[in-house]
Design a protein around this ligand. Structure first.
Ligand SMILES: [Mn+2]
Length: 433
């Protein structure tokens, strides 16, 4: 496409920002005055927001689906190289998504070096590699129908371990520093699986994967309450995840996918406990109403997202040991343009972060000390209800990203351009995790 309409072109973004700049400066200055009266330096918050980054899941740029159907959009990326192109658009417009999280085998290519180079040339790095032993690949020797690294058959376990070790190999070439391990293993019926032995087999297999990790890598253990196993899963909750991480060693951490809990579970409390245990490895951000809905981050319960970030900022400020959580999105986009959903989600994370930075922590401490429940809650609400939009836009403007990412993207015609040069493929793989 021509550089005049290419959303990846700095000149395009600069010209899209031109008409919005005056209003933005005015809004930012007004918010700056309001925050100053609360003893907050707006520029400090803007700088912190500008440093915040979240990884785009490679599978997120394609339309997802449900177990009923998938309704593909136009101009969808057909391979990992095209997915990177879309990720670059998201990053150029938001300035918030510098890395991509790959999923193997969906993203396998014979040209891993070329992939790294392509990422570099687009200004993208590679975050955690996600292994997949929850489905069979064509031509695969043994099936994962009854489990992978916890399977009763040692040969199936060995095959699944080997796949994870191969993910580490690919990740090393790309510059990744983490492997995310989520398994679909579990049982659909009471009695189907010996629950204790299945967990022991998990630890044994995970130990083999752990042994293949380079010293500067992390193993991120992702728990999930149910699905695809509907009675019990082997790594069902943060307790199982923490037990596994503590058993495996210092490179093993727990990953919290917001959708992988029962409704109403207090996720911010789980985050606080994992910070305490020095085992919070990272997040898969999304939102949900009923289960693992994989809806856009912040679309259903932005207050919960804020409360999670409140714990993260608290840990950051008190310099909690081993605290370097990875931020990744993990969503399925069924009715929206995935690029728009991912941009909006990255911005929602920055919003929650900015709001959490606004919490008057000295006041909160005192209210907690005095058992003043009402004022403690009000202190959080005051931060949460502050409209930080001008801060988010300013952070983007300072980085050469778009004041209005979605508006600028729509005007660019990027999707139409993709539709012309990426004819629909019938072979586009899965997108639900
Ligand atoms: Mn996940």
């Amino acid at each position: 496409m021509s550089s005049a309409t290419d959303p990846r072109d700095p000149n395009y973004i600069a010209s899209a920002n031109e008409s919005l700049k005056v209003q933005q400066e005015s809004d930012y200055s007004m918010l700056g005055s309001m925050l100053e009266r609360r003893g907050i330096d707006i520029e400090r918050i803007t700088q912190a927001v500008g440093r915040f980054g979240v990884a785009i899941p490679s599978w997120g740029v394609g339309t997802g689906g449900t177990r009923f159907a998938r309704f593909p959009g136009v101009g969808e990326p057909r391979n990992i190289f095209e997915k990177l192109e879309d990720c670059a658009v998201i990053h150029r417009l938001t300035g918030a998504t510098p890395t991509v999280s790959l999923h193997l085998p969906w993203d396998y290519t014979d040209d891993i070096d070329g992939l790294r180079e392509r990422g570099l040339s687009l200004g993208l790095g590679f975050d955690a590699v996600n292994s997949n032993t929850f489905q069979d690949r064509p031509g695969q020797a043994l099936s994962y129908k009854f489990g992978s690294i916890t399977h009763t058959d040692a040969a199936v376990r060995a095959q699944a371990v080997a796949h994870n070790v191969d993910c580490i190999r690919v990740g090393k070439i790309l510059g990744s520093k983490a492997l995310t391990l989520w398994i679909g293993d579990g049982a659909n019926f009471p009695g189907q699986q010996h629950t204790a032995r299945a967990f022991e087999r998990y630890l044994q297999s995970a130990q083999e994967i752990y042994a293949a990790l380079p010293d500067d890598w992390r193993l991120l253990i992702e728990h999930k309450m149910y699905e695809p196993a509907f009675y019990a899963t082997v790594i069902q909750d943060w307790g199982s995840s923490l037990l596994a991480a503590q058993t495996l060693g210092p490179k093993a951490f727990c990953l919290v996918d917001l959708g992988h809990h029962a409704p109403n579970v207090n996720i911010e409390m789980i985050v606080a406990r994992l910070v305490h245990a020095r085992k919070l490895g990272g997040f898969h951000f999304n939102d949900s109403k009923y289960g693992d809905d994989d809806l856009d981050t912040g679309s259903i319960d932005p207050f919960r997202l804020f409360l999670i970030f409140n714990e993260l900022v608290d840990a950051e400020l008190r310099k909690a040991p081993n605290f370097q959580p990875a931020h990744m999105l993990d969503q399925s986009h069924n009715v929206t343009d995935p690029i728009e959903s991912l941009m909006s989600s990255a911005i929602e994370l920055q919003r929650a972060y900015a709001q959490a930075l606004l919490v008057d922590r000295a006041a909160l401490d005192q209210y907690q000390q005095d058992n003043d429940a009402l004022m403690a809650a009000q202190t959080l609400k005051r931060a949460f209800t502050t409209d930080v939009q001008p801060i988010l836009a300013q952070a983007r403007l300072q980085k050469g990203a778009a004041i209005d990412p979605i508006g600028s993207y729509r005007k660019s015609g990027y999707r139409t351009d993709c539709a012309n040069r990426r004819p629909a493929s019938k072979n586009f793989g899965g997108g639900i995790v």
